[in-house]
Unconditional design. Structure first.
Lengths: 295, 336, 256
């Protein structure tokens, strides 16, 4: 494999990785703090993409489209949290799986009604549609670099939020010991609501950015959901750091997994299975993931 | 009292299933026989899931993988027999159900053993997610299987239609609607009987103990991973059997059988019917599939309604159809 | 029957160490318990008593040291294997099967000590070989009248009795009792004390307890644990008189 191809694939892998991180971060926080399995998290990603497509069209500006999409998705998240999730925190995981499964069906159908059944194609905004030569002779799409940069910015912001603010401290405490946080006199309801909304916003943001890269269609949430699960299992529940590392791993493995096996003569089927094989390997040695926040 | 009401419900249901084809034939509505037969096949899969979900408390989002692999074993063997090509270059295909069905069960069991061995090392959410991921892995495998880089093997995501007439047990022609129906019903009753004996026996008691308090079970001396693995493999094997029957029923298999949303459907069937009751999931399967078949006739957007209904059922009517029959809150009664 | 000195100890702990990050929960602990002995472990909160039981039972693995049970090294054995070898435990926070009846709870414990197989076609809930021994145990702990109640609905004290019943039902060589009196009112505690007293001599016990009345009434030997270290081991009288113990622990408790 040529060095240029290697560079290109590496960047692709990192970009996929940060996208996965944005989605996984929200999910792992909700799982770690509220002990809530939310299968409908992928639906929030999907909504973010659809919202962005529409808002971009209405406002004529991609940037505005993304901002509004983020806000809209966060709002949807808030509503869902108040109406459904709130009642699920005390339930066991099976109930949560079932209820959020029902939410997926609902959101998929709602999206079909509002936006129609056909996939949407979102153009890369003109100002970001060029290619840039990071290394002479290897042009790389500017947009993908922007996504990568945006993702890293969010990751750093999240890191700052988690480690340097009071909210972050509560989040970390909540991830490892829920009861203690309540005992500290913190308004648990509000904390949960904020965390869920934050997760929704992150997923929506990821979806909005993903629009120009991948097709905006109804099944996109389900497809990314599985990869997100793989990230969380590998990274460890409740750990942002784990989600980051695991997301990059999964992003790289998935990207290279599509290129390498065929290059060295393995059947193409291996490409799809690559990330699951890695997950199986991690589970075998560390059944609670690489960085599990809870003992 | 409660026990009698339950028995009445169960026998009533089975009687309906037994008589239905005769009634349908008489009324010239043979289409429904095929529909109900499909319900019975899914009921077998749902019952197998109840064994681990309702009794041992294992939330597996990968059960459809075993269902699907059972179907594919049958389809693949038939395909190879028809093309006269050797499977893996070694094994000749066959259309003999004396080979295909046991093999479907065995392969499903083997797959469950492997997936179980890895996933059961985890607990709680990790278990749910890892079973989900492995099922998806299998789905992707069948979608992207290729012969020599170009030829999609076994149809890829278009699925595989398998050729010609098929005979089960050498005598029952799967095109014969009635005979095949009663065969499927017989299998369901056999599975229910076997499942009932098993769950009433010490093994079933232990599984329920694991669901109630696994930590305590270990402290009194039960090797819980072993119990869970055995239950997982048994349940996978029966799902494989159901898959094989589905292959005969449809004459067609596709990777979507193994998609994780299919696993979700199965869980819904179990919970709708009443988990941990073994017979409830039969009713649950009926309700789910019949809704799925006939609601779209009323509104194209039935999912918009079904989704929230599911949420409401989970929040307020958790014990399912069997729960409606039971209506028991008596504390001194003891469990059945 | 008093513990016979000079015989092989049933349980022997040598140099047991357990750290959680910077915290040393078990600090080079040595302990040995003779067959038939009731050995109490007392100490202030945070002394590492529950951690000790967790290590003895295999729920936590020690960082260093050995645990010998009946001569065999069980240090790294899985919990269920230790239970099969004859160690039984009762939990500080009640761990029963809340959806089962009281009788069924004990039946499960009885079932645990028999062969584990899949082939049994007998209805377990009507199996006399499980029911009879379970009823006997329930009678022994005084829960016979509660046999058919759902265990989740029992009073707290009754649930604690059930804890003991389940431990006894596995016919153990040794009992590890983690604060059996936890959360009990005066009457309940008296009943539990006489129950345990009736077992004295028959059962070898490691008893972790805060209630000093119970400890001094039942124990043959007492070990005082402070910050994971055994600061004194001896007969109840010796411990009562020990100045280090008074300073570290008994001074807080006016009941001694």
């Amino acid at each position: 494999m040529s060095v240029l191809l290697l560079l290109e694939q590496t960047l692709n892998g990192l970009q996929l990785g940060v996208t996965l991180f944005l989605i996984a971060a929200g999910m792992t926080l909700v799982l770690g703090i509220m002990n809530l399995v939310n299968l409908a998290h992928g639906s929030l990603y999907m909504l973010g993409a659809f919202f962005a497509a529409s808002f971009t069209q209405w406002t004529g500006s991609f940037a505005l489209g993304v901002v509004f999409a983020l806000a809209a998705t966060a709002l949807v998240g808030l509503v869902v949290e108040q109406v459904v999730m709130r009642r699920l925190y005390a339930r066991d995981h099976l109930d949560q799986v079932l209820a959020t499964f029902g939410l997926i069906l609902f959101f998929n159908e709602l999206t079909k009604i509002v936006w129609g059944p056909i996939a949407l194609f979102v153009d890369v905004p003109a100002v970001l549609s060029g290619r840039v030569e990071l290394v002479p002779g290897a042009p790389y799409p500017v947009y993908r670099l922007v996504v990568l940069a945006a993702g890293l910015c969010v990751a750093i912001s999240l890191w700052w939020l988690i480690t340097r603010t009071r909210l972050g401290m509560l989040i970390r405490a909540g991830a490892s010991n829920r009861e203690m946080v309540g005992a500290l006199g913190v308004d648990i309801d509000r904390l949960y609501m904020l965390v869920f909304a934050l997760g929704a916003a992150l997923a929506g943001f990821a979806g909005a950015l993903a629009g120009p890269l991948y097709v905006v269609e109804i099944g996109m949430g389900d497809a990314i959901l599985i990869k997100t699960f793989v990230v969380i299992v590998i990274g460890g529940i409740g750990s942002i750091r784990g989600a980051f590392v695991a997301a990059l791993i999964v992003g790289m493995v998935d990207t290279f997994g599509r290129v390498v096996p065929q290059a060295i003569g393995l059947p193409a089927a291996v490409a799809e299975m690559a990330i699951y094989i890695v997950m199986a390997g991690v589970l075998f040695f560390r059944p609670t993931g690489l960085f599990a926040a809870r003992g | 009292m409660t026990r009698d009401r339950r028995l009445l419900f169960i026998f009533g249901l089975l009687a309906i299933f037994a008589l239905l084809p005769l009634v349908a034939s008489a009324l010239d509505q043979e289409f429904y026989i095929g529909q109900v037969r499909r319900v019975l096949i899914f009921a077998i899969a749902a019952v197998s899931l109840d064994l681990i979900l309702g009794y041992a408390g294992m939330v597996s989002l990968g059960h459809a993988a075993f269902f699907g692999i059972g179907a594919y074993v049958v389809a693949i063997l038939h395909w190879h027999a028809d093309r006269e090509v050797l499977l893996f270059g070694l094994v000749p295909g066959t259309t003999s159900s004396f080979v295909t069905i046991p093999l479907a069960i065995l392969v499903a069991a083997a797959l469950a053993a492997v997936i179980g061995a890895i996933c059961l090392r985890t607990a709680g959410i990790y278990f749910i997610m890892s079973t989900l991921a492995f099922a998806q892995m299998l789905y992707f495998l069948f979608v992207s299987l290729r012969f020599n880089d170009n030829d999609r093997a076994y149809g890829g995501d278009d699925g595989l239609r398998f050729p010609g007439q098929t005979h089960v047990l050498g005598v029952i022609d799967t095109d014969n609607t009635l005979a095949f129906y009663y065969l499927v019903l017989a299998v369901l009753m056999l599975v229910l009987f076997f499942g009932h004996r098993l769950t009433r026996a010490r093994f079933g008691l232990a599984l329920e103990g694991i669901r109630d308090n696994e930590r305590r079970m270990r402290a009194i001396g039960f090797s819980t991973p072993r119990y869970k693995l055995v239950a997982f493999v048994l349940s996978g094997a029966i799902a494989g059997l159901a898959g094989a029957l589905l292959a005969f029923h449809e004459g067609y298999v596709s990777p979507s059988l193994m998609h994780w949303t299919r696993s979700g459907d199965l869980i819904v069937m179990v919970v709708l019917g009443g988990m941990g009751s073994l017979f409830g999931p039969v009713a649950g399967a009926a309700m789910f599939l019949l809704l799925e078949k006939f609601l779209p006739d009323y509104t194209e957007h039935w999912m918009l309604v079904f989704g929230p209904i599911l949420v409401l059922v989970v929040l307020f009517a958790k014990r399912g159809l069997i729960g409606l029959v039971d209506r028991r809150t008596d504390e001194t009664r003891g469990r059945h | 029957m008093r513990p016979v000195a000079g015989t092989e100890p049933l349980l022997e702990i040598r140099g047991l160490v357990k750290r959680f990050g910077g915290l040393v929960a078990t600090d080079h602990l040595d302990l040995s318990i003779q067959p038939g002995e009731i050995h109490a472990v007392i100490g202030p909160n945070g002394a590492g008593k529950t951690t000790l039981i967790a290590q003895l039972m295999g729920e936590i693995l020690p960082d260093a040291g050995t645990i010998l049970f009946d001569g065999a090294d069980v240090t790294r054995m899985p919990t269920s294997a230790r239970a099969q070898a004859g160690l039984a435990r009762s939990f500080q926070i009640t761990q029963i099967f809340p959806r089962f009846t009281t009788l069924e709870n004990v039946m499960l414990a009885v079932q645990a000590r028999e062969a584990h197989g899949i082939g049994c076609w007998v209805d377990a809930r009507r199996d006399a070989t499980l029911i009879e021994p379970a009823r006997e145990i329930l009678a022994e702990v005084g829960l016979a009248s509660r046999a058919d109640r759902i265990s989740g609905a029992l009073a707290h004290g009754e649930q604690r009795q059930l804890e003991i019943a389940m431990a006894l039902a596995t016919r153990p060589r040794m009992l590890l009792l983690d604060e059996p009196m936890a959360g009990m009112g005066k009457d309940e505690a008296e009943r539990m004390t006489s129950l345990l007293g009736a077992l004295k001599g028959r059962e070898t016990m490691l008893l972790v307890e805060h209630d000093m009345d119970v400890v001094f009434a039942l124990a043959d030997t007492i070990t005082v644990l402070v910050y994971g270290r055994a600061i004194a081991t001896g007969t109840p009288d010796a411990i009562r008189a020990n100045p280090d113990v008074r300073a570290a622990y008994l001074g807080e408790d006016a009941t001694a």
